[in-house]
Design a protein around this ligand. Structure first.
Ligand code: 13P
Ligand code: SF4
Length: 305
C-alpha cells in the first residue's frame, strides 16, 4: 500500500474508534505523520492523562504504554508489538527494588519512569529526564534513593546543593556506552558545534555539554539557539526530527550505535494493524496501578520545566 493510502486508512480508523497516537521522539520519523502528539516521556504522559480518546496507540516502548494505562485505566491502550521493551527498565524488578530499599531504610525513592509498573508502585514519586531535578528538589530531603538509572541520578545530584542521590546501578546501554572519547573526537571535527546531551549519559560525558536535557528540551534548545551546528548526544530519532525541522542547521549524531532497536520497531503498517485488530492491549493489575498512579501523579503535579 502506498504511504498516503496507509496514512488515510489510519486517520479513518482513528476517527472511527476515537483513538489517538502518542509517539516518542525516538520513533521512526514516518510515525509523526499520523501521531496526534509527539515528544518526550513527560509530555506524552501528560497527554495520556488528559485525553478524551477511547483508545491510545502508544508508539514507544512497553513502560510508556503501561504508564498511559495507569493514568487512563478506563481507556484501551495499545502497543503495536509486545517486544518493544526497554533495557534500562529491565534492570530492576520488584524484589531488587525491595532489596535496595532495605539497605537504606526511611529514604524516599524516586523512580525514573523507565521502569515497570510494579517498581513504580513501591516508589514515592516518579520522574522523567525532563523533570528529575525538580522532582528531587520537591522532596526537600537531604538523601534520596534513585532507581534505576545511575546516570540520571548522578546528573541530578550534580545540579543540587546538599542532596545526596543514592543510585541503583541501572543504565540505558545506548546512552551509557557513549564515551568522553566520542565527544572529544566529534568536537575536534566540529569545533563550532553546540554539544547537546541527554542526562542518561554518564556524568563524565554530561560534564562536557553545552546543554543537558530531555529529548524535547534538546529540540527546543536547538531551535532557540543562534548556533548553526550541533553534536547530538542521544538516540538517532532526535537527529531525524531536527534535520526535518531545522533545515538551516547541521546535525551530527554522536556515533552510529546511538539507535534504540525497540524504538525502531514500528512503521505505519504496524500502527494500522494495531488500530484495526486492537493489538496489543496493555493492562496493569489495578492494585499495582493504584499505587503506581500515586507516584506518577505526584510527579505530574510537580511544577516541572
Ligand atoms: P525522554 O523522553 O525523557 O527524553 O527520555 C528518553 C528515553 O530514553 C525514553 O526511553
Ligand atoms: Fe530504554 Fe534506552 Fe531505549 Fe530509552 S533509549 S527506551 S532508556 S533502552
Amino acid at each position: 500500500m502506498e504511504q498516503k493510502d496507509l496514512i488515510s486508512k489510519i486517520n479513518n480508523l482513528k476517527k472511527e474508534k476515537n483513538a489517538i497516537v502518542l509517539a516518542h521522539t525516538y520513533q521512526n520519523l514516518e510515525i509523526d505523520e499520523i501521531a496526534d502528539f509527539s515528544g518526550d516521556s513527560l509530555y506524552l504522559s501528560r497527554q495520556a492523562a488528559k485525553t478524551d480518546a477511547d483508545v491510545i496507540v502508544f508508539a514507544g516502548v512497553y513502560f510508556m504504554a503501561e504508564t498511559a494505562k495507569i493514568l487512563s485505566p478506563q481507556k484501551k491502550v495499545l502497543l503495536p508489538s509486545l517486544s518493544a521493551g526497554c533495557d534500562m527498565a529491565d534492570k530492576i524488578n520488584l524484589l531488587q527494588l525491595r532489596d535496595f530499599k532495605s539497605k537504606y531504610p526511611d529514604i524516599p525513592v524516586v523512580c525514573y519512569v523507565n521502569s515497570a509498573a510494579e517498581v513504580k508502585s513501591e516508589s514515592d514519586i516518579c520522574c522523567t529526564s525532563a523533570n528529575a531535578v525538580n522532582v528531587v528538589k520537591s522532596l526537600n530531603s537531604p538523601k534520596v534513593l534513585f532507581v534505576p538509572d545511575k546516570n540520571l541520578g548522578s546528573y541530578v545530584e550534580s545540579q543540587l546543593d546538599g542532596v545526596e542521590v543514592i543510585t541503583y546501578p541501572g543504565y540505558c546501554p545506548i546512552h551509557h556506552n557513549i564515551t568522553v572519547g566520542d565527544i572529544k573526537r566529534q568536537k575536534i571535527l566540529h569545533p563550532d558545534a553546540g554539544i547537546m546531551i541527554h542526562p542518561e549519559c554518564t556524568k563524565e560525558v554530561t560534564a562536557l555539554a553545552d546543554f543537558v536535557g530531555s529529548t524535547t528540551a534538546i529540540i527546543k534548545a536547538v531551535k532557540e539557539s543562534s548556533l548553526k551546528k550541533f553534536i547530538i548526544v542521544t538516540e538517532k530519532g532526535v537527529v531525524d526530527r531536527l534535520r526535518r525541522d531545522c533545515q538551516d542547521k547541521e546535525f551530527v549524531l554522536i556515533n552510529d550505535n546511538a539507535v534504540c532497536k525497540s524504538m525502531k520497531l514500528f512503521h505505519l503498517e504496524d500502527i494500522y494493524r494495531s488500530l484495526l485488530n486492537n493489538e496489543y492491549e496493555v493492562n496493569v493489575d489495578e492494585t499495582i496501578a493504584q499505587k503506581a498512579r500515586f507516584a506518577i501523579n505526584r510527579m505530574i503535579n510537580v511544577n516541572a520545566n
